[in-house]
Design a protein around this ligand. Structure first.
Ligand code: NAD
Length: 506
């Protein structure tokens, strides 16, 4: 691929190389020589061909990763030396932010103004985990009178499998890869089949960083074949998964036979609640950004917006104006705010939900897709007015640029409605009453709540959901203590404590 600096401002002119698997430090074809087409969401033309890995390729990657963990230099490497690699990876990502961001945009349809920020943030994930592991990954000691000292240590798991979605691929992959490698595991990444480009770029970064062979592997392919083979493999110790709730349940079932540790970051249907005392301008900015950035394909999107009856009409007028003005266009154009959905199938799914909203009684208000971009999978920013929380469009994850607007009157009523959904990923509360802000934030059933803010995340905090939105947490020290390492306790006798003397003659 041409370097982004030479790139056109038009997605359709960009050519990208075919993508191979990265196994044991080499870029290789799938053993069966199978490939699949990677389609550009803006043009619906083929970006490139991708090697389609299957069980035999996954087996090969697991052998390489196991070998690298057990007998390669990675397993016995000093922490300081390992961190040199981790920081080098961050530097190499930084050097290539422009190119990686461009690849991400033509692969996913996400506007480049947004992918640039995500890629820069991805580099930070590595630096953050280098610092976190060096400063925080230590155990505890438990002196037991004069008889014992017990202490804990945290050991890497071994080979870990990382399975990721297409909506913010590079960022979500590095959320997992950085803590996995920093804690000393070896990795097999199975990226989403709809967004393989930047995972391949990550393999190039690892290669350039000189990571020992087999420490990091990428096997592209379909979920039901490559992904399932990773989940079922007896030598893979854990699976960290981000994706749909239904896929998460399949993975949990399929990982049961080999008793794997799993982490699940799943879907959402997050509420944003605006009380009548809120700073309405800021609430409006946050509500619009929270559902229409990432083209609406954001797990923590505020897809249900609850408006207090006193401010509902004025808020809706402002929403209508914003929706009509969001700049829809080519993802590679730096002025674009809103791009196409990932593929035709997802376009159809989101469009069907908008039709369903009409049948369920909503008034649908939409932005206008410019004539020049009609080849792309564009569903314009969409408002569903007069929605009620029991509608299917308010209960099911649409995962597109669709905001359902629901009126409420009392605090109790809005908390009950916000919680009357199977998901529990995120929530947003807008009020200038400090007590109410805390109260509602604590009452909404979600893993992450923001009061008077959009989704802003410090890398130290836990990320994840409850109910059908997931199990476990990523981020911060949660990732390194609760997932990518195993606590181990060592009991040391420091005196002559009592040992029962079975069978000893008196
Ligand atoms: P998906 O579940 O269809 O696919 C995710 C990954 O799982 C892909 O790599 C896919 O190939 C793989 N996969 C599919 N079937 C599999 C199987 N049987 N075994 C193993 N792997 C399998 O999800 P998607 O459509 O790529 O992503 C969108 C979903 O991800 C949305 O529901 C969104 O809310 C969710 N998401 C959640 C978070 C979070 O942190 N909670 C973040 C981003 C996205």
């Amino acid at each position: 691929m041409k370097k982004s600096t030479e790139m056109s401002k038009d997605s359709t002119n960009i050519k990208v190389d075919d993508v191979k698997l990265y196994i044991n430090g080499e870029f290789v074809n799938a053993q069966a020589q199978t490939t699949f087409e990677n389609i550009n969401p803006f043009s619906n033309e083929v970006n490139n061909l991708v090697a389609e890995g299957r069980k035999e390729d996954m087996d090969k990657a697991v052998i390489a990763a196991k070998q690298a963990f057990k007998s390669g230099p990675w397993g016995s490497m000093k922490m300081e030396e390992r961190m040199v690699y981790i920081n080098r990876i961050a530097d190499l990502i930084d050097e290539d932010v422009e190119e990686i961001a461009s690849l991400e945009s033509i692969d996913t349809g996400l506007p480049i103004a947004q992918t640039r920020k995500m890629i820069a943030r991805a580099a930070e994930n590595f630096r953050f985990y280098s610092r976190m592991v060096q400063s925080k990954l230590h155990g505890e000691s438990y002196p037991v009178d004069n008889e014992f000292i017990n202490y804990t240590i945290y050991k890497p798991l071994g080979v870990v499998g990382l399975i990721t979605p297409w909506n913010a691929p590079f960022m979500l992959e590095t959320w997992k890869v950085a803590p996995a490698l920093a804690t000393g595991n070896t990795v097999i990444l199975k990226p989403a089949e709809l967004s393989p480009l930047t995972a391949n770029k990550l393999a190039e970064v690892m290669d350039k960083a000189g990571l020992p062979k087999g420490v990091f592997n990428v096997v592209h392919g379909y979920g039901e074949t490559a992904g399932a083979a990773l989940v079922a493999h007896p030598d893979v110790e854990a699976i960290s998964f981000t994706g749909e709730t239904t896929t998460g349940t399949i993975i949990i079932k399929n990982s049961a036979d080999t008793l794997k540790k799993t982490s699940m970051e799943l879907g959402g249907k997050s509420p944003l609640i605006v009380f009548d005392d809120a700073d309405l301008e800021r609430a409006l900015d946050a509500a619009v950004w929270g559902i229409f950035s990432f083209n609406g394909e954001r797990c923590t999107a505020n897809s249900r917006v609850f408006l207090h009856k006193n401010i509902k009409d004025q808020f809706i007028e402002a929403l209508k104006e914003r929706v009509g003005n969001i700049k829809i266009g080519d993802p590679i154009d730096p002025t674009t705010q809103f791009g196409p959905l990932i593929d035709k199938e997802h376009f159809k799914k989101v469009s069907e939900y908008i039709e369903l909203a009409k049948q369920e009684g909503c008034e649908v208000i939409q932005g206008i897709v410019p004539e020049g971009v009609k080849a792309g999978n564009f569903v314009p920013p969409t408002l569903l007015l007069n929605a009620t929380n029991d509608m299917r469009v308010c209960q099911e994850e649409i995962f597109g640029p669709v905001m359902a607007v629901i009126e409420f009157e009392t605090e109790e009523q809005v908390i009950a409605a916000a919680n009357d959904v199977k998901y529990g990923l995120a929530g947003y509360v807008w009020t200038n009453d400090i007590k109410r802000g805390h109260r509602v934030a604590q009452a909404v059933e979600a893993g992450m709540l923001w009061v008077n803010s959009q989704n802003v995340r410090d890398l130290r905090i836990p990320f994840g959901g409850m109910k059908s939105s997931g199990i476990g947490r990523e981020g911060g020290h949660y990732a390194i203590f609760e997932f990518y390492t195993e606590p181990k306790v060592i009991h040391i006798a420091i005196g002559d404590h009592h040992i029962p003397q079975f069978g000893k003659k008196k």
